[in-house]
Design a protein around this ligand. Structure first.
Ligand code: AMP
Length: 302
């Protein structure tokens, strides 16, 4: 057989199997475990794009069984946020997930995940302190990350994955999940994959679907601003970089919710690079979409 063909088309293009109940999910992963298979988990809220698919590809390359979850988690949305209009297309998601290499897609109804209703839950998993109170925790309220960690902890309990895959696009979320895993001794390795971007730099996001043509164009200022921040920080100083970033945003008429430099591990504010990985993170409302993006500035000699 032509080995190139095999490499380009590792699997037949079939839709992944959708599982609706926790019982079905537990049975499927228990079977795989008995067979000695390793399990990879890719949590998503669906409306898949290349960013999600990069996580599935990474899982496919490392794990025997690849489980993607597709669940728009109500507990991580604040009042007045976009829960009701969050874009959804399950049929397309199942096809794309299958083509990318997912074996199973856990796509439960809200009542299956929260039998007492999203507000009836009595038990939450919450990473407290700075990690969840700054940046998106400040903008969206601390309930946001509590919702994220609660649903991810539930998924870890249901799937017991060997590895779980997250995107650097949601940098704060990745830091918070790593902390939860460390504090609660979840036996899972967390892999954080690079942000996948459109050709013009815009970070891929399901929420980009909210952007009209003009706002879609303006939104490219976010990634330009982050590039300017990195360039300015490397060539001059972090403060100079942040100023340059602010100017890029202003030129596009964008007032950021936050534009900050923080230690990549602790999320403590930083004022200089000083040889450690630094994140510059931005959030902004652009038209109908609240967008976030970030750049990880590694020390020059790393
Ligand atoms: P979401 O469906 O937006 O909750 O995202 C599900 C997972 O995909 C999260 O771990 C995200 O960080 C990751 N993700 C979202 N957008 C991107 C992107 N552009 N590049 C890489 N990963 C992403």
């Amino acid at each position: 057989m032509n080995s190139n063909l095999l490499a380009d088309n590792p699997r037949p293009p079939v839709a992944a199997r959708a599982l609706r109940t926790k019982a079905e999910l537990r049975a499927a992963v228990a079977h795989a475990r008995r067979e000695g298979q390793t399990i990879g988990l890719v949590p998503t809220m669906g409306y898949l794009h290349e960013g999600h698919l990069s996580l599935i590809h990474a899982a496919r390359a490392e794990c025997d069984l690849v489980v993607m979850s597709l669940f728009v988690n109500p507990t991580q949305f604040g009042a007045g946020e976009d829960l009701d209009r969050y874009p959804r297309d399950e049929e397309r998601d199942l096809r794309l997930a299958g083509e990318a290499g997912a074996d199973l897609v856990f796509a439960p109804a809200v009542e299956e995940v929260y039998p007492d209703g999203p507000k009836g839950t009595a038990t939450y998993v919450e990473v407290t302190g700075e990690l969840t109170s700054v940046l998106d925790g400040a903008s969206r309220g601390t309930g946001h990350f509590r919702g994220v960690t609660t649903v991810v902890a539930k998924l870890f309990n249901l799937v017991a994955p060997d590895v779980a895959y997250f995107g650097q696009k949601d940098a704060q979320q990745a830091v918070v999940i790593r902390r939860m895993v460390r504090d609660l001794d979840f036996p899972v390795r967390i892999e954080v994959m690079p942000t996948v971007r459109e050709p013009d730099g815009l970070a891929m996001s399901s929420r980009n679907a909210y952007l009209g043509d003009e706002d879609r164009q303006r939104a490219t200022a976010l990634s330009r601003a982050l590039q300017a921040a990195e360039r300015g920080a490397r060539e001059g100083a972090l403060g100079i970089g942040l100023e340059a970033a602010r100017r890029e945003l202003a030129a596009a008429g964008i007032e950021p919710e936050y534009l900050e430099a923080r230690d990549a591990d602790t999320l403590e504010p930083v004022h200089a690079l000083e040889g450690r990985p630094v994140l510059v993170l931005v959030a902004a409302q652009v038209g109908q979409a609240r967008l976030i993006d970030n750049v990880l500035i590694q020390p020059a000699n790393a």
